[in-house]
Design a protein around this ligand. Structure first.
Ligand code: THU
Length: 128
């Protein structure tokens, strides 16, 4: 792969802590300065406290001071490419707005979506 964001998401997958589902996910988010922040899913024995790769990547980026984002990549080993779950879509909308979401698998299959298409009619701060 020649896109550093996709490479980063695929590499982050290797760090997944997924002993329960065995489903490893990596994510990468590019901030407005071009810096790439990565995440993997981190599961928990309670199951419910599991956090997805996308949210780990977003929260790591926010905690490093990043506030504007250009693109997000999600990597999993599925032929039908894995999209962000509903909770992650909400978090991505909060911090990225209508960002490009690139889905990828280790065999180089790629699909790109706008978040507004994956997450129509979002609830956000404009309602408060
Ligand atoms: N998971 C993610 O990390 N991101 C997704 O986009 C889909 C699901 C994780 C959560 C859990 O650890 C495992 O994949 C199975 O749901």
């Amino acid at each position: 792969m020649t896109d550093p964001l996709l490479d980063a998401a695929l590499a982050a997958r290797a760090h997944a802590f997924a002993p329960y589902s065995k489903f490893q996910v990596g994510a990468a988010i590019e901030d407005s300065s071009g810096r790439i922040h990565t995440g993997c899913n981190v599961e928990n024995a309670t199951y419910g406290l599991t956090i997805c790769a996308e949210r780990v990547a977003v929260f790591k980026a926010i905690s490093e001071g990043a506030r504007k984002f250009r693109r997000v990549a999600v990597a999993a080993d599925t032929d039908v490419l894995t999209p962000p779950c509903g909770a992650c879509r909400q978090i991505l909308w909060e911090f990225c707005g209508d960002v490009e979401i690139v889905l990828v698998n280790p065999r180089g299959k790629i699909e790109t979506y706008w978040l507004r298409d994956l997450f129509p009619k979002p609830f956000d701060a404009s309602y408060l």
